[in-house]
Design a binder for this molecule. Structure first.
Ligand code: SAH
Length: 339
């Protein structure tokens, strides 16, 4: 059975024509799917025969809300969604003054092995389909009843390890007949699969690329991010520079500060030297505690000193504000608990 949300718009037209339906049906169906209908019977402007024809080979995929938490501190909503095969993924909706932002997952689990990350502890179960990635936005928006205007692909999984489905999802979520979320309102975060960063640069999508750097050199990065053995810091930054030159977009770096591992003033100086001159911004994140690991946050003063060193060295850097602290909103933590 085919999930129609795995088709891009043009493929949907082709499919409908192949079963003897008119082209204009694509617009109706695409728009219903993105509104979060859960069956063909809700598509009230389709004839009964059209619906019956669709039901033969295709279905309307849904996501079940298995758990939901709302932060009393800042209104952050965290979902544990259940997929049709029983696997679970997490999505988080955050309230910013510029609108609702959803953080979505791209895989069930992750095989990248970053030492500080909860999502990778059980390894990778499987990648999400394009429709499953999209359904997180559709069903969170339906549940909240307000428009979601921004997306960050920073949930569970490595988006560039599920490249084709992620690109398909991006095309669909941006489509004017669907949710119509602008590429400039979408960020994609990667641990640094350099080959795929070159591919992404060629897609001509003005999204924001975020690189989880977390270290200023190979010696430190090798100890916390196994992906660095495949693509080292030099190769990664070469891919980043190509991305900026090709797309003219500013790049973001994520740098989770782990006390005693990557948060010394010397580390800040080295980081500044590494990325100075690259059109970019650094988000500093005090590392979140993961039960299985004994990584610790530095003091507030350590974190400020690190930022100040970057800024005084000519690098744009800010400290990320924490949201949803009372509902363990940081990714991977909820799914792991349920498993
Ligand atoms: N796989 C992608 C996206 C998912 S993780 C990536 O690596 O970018 C989203 C961000 O959270 C990444 O920067 C990741 O390194 C960071 N992260 C994961 N666990 C963390 C933790 N315990 N504390 C702080 N940041 C963490």
């Amino acid at each position: 059975m085919i999930d129609l949300k795995d088709f891009e718009y043009d493929e949907l037209i082709e499919y409908l024509e192949s079963i003897g339906e008119k082209k204009f049906r694509a617009e109706q169906i695409f728009s219903w799917l993105h509104k979060g209908v859960e069956s063909y019977s809700e598509m009230t402007n389709l004839s009964k025969t059209t619906r019956e024809k669709l039901e033969k080979e295709t279905y309307v995929s849904t996501l079940k809300i298995r758990e939901k938490y709302v932060s009393k501190l800042d209104g952050t909503v965290k979902y544990l969604f259940e997929l049709p095969d029983g696997n679970c993924i997490e999505s988080v909706v955050m309230r910013y003054h510029h609108g609702l932002t959803i953080c979505i997952s791209s895989q069930v689990g992750c095989r990248m092995g970053c030492r500080f990350c909860a999502s990778t502890i059980g390894g990778l179960y499987r990648s999400l389909t394009a429709g499953e990635i999209l359904n997180q936005v559709i069903f969170a928006q339906k549940d909240i009843g307000e428009r979601i205007s921004n997306i960050v692909m920073m949930g569970i999984g490595e988006p560039l390890d599920n490249y084709d489905n992620v690109i398909r999802f991006l095309h669909n979520v941006n489509h004017e007949k669907g949710l119509n979320i602008g590429y400039r309102h979408i960020s994609l975060s990667t641990c640094g699969i350099a080959d795929k960063i070159y591919d992404l640069a060629k897609e001509n999508l003005p999204i924001t690329l975020t690189i989880s750097l977390h270290a200023p050199n190979d010696a430190v990065r090798n100890t916390i991010m196994p992906v660095n053995h495949k693509y080292n810091v030099t190769e990664l930054l070469k891919a980043c520079k190509n991305y900026v030159d090709t797309t003219n977009r500013r790049l973001s770096f994520e740098y989770s500060l782990i006390h005693g591992v990557n948060d010394s003033i010397e580390n800040a100086r080295e980081l500044a030297g590494l990325i100075k001159g690259l059109h970019s911004h650094v988000n500093l994140i005090p590392v979140n505690k993961v039960e299985e690991r004994d990584y610790k946050q530095g003091s507030k003063a350590d974190i400020r000193d690190f930022r100040d060193k970057l800024v005084s060295s000519g690098v744009n850097a800010t400290i990320r504000r924490e949201l949803g602290a009372d509902i363990s909103a940081s990714c991977g933590q909820l799914r792991k608990k349920v498993l």
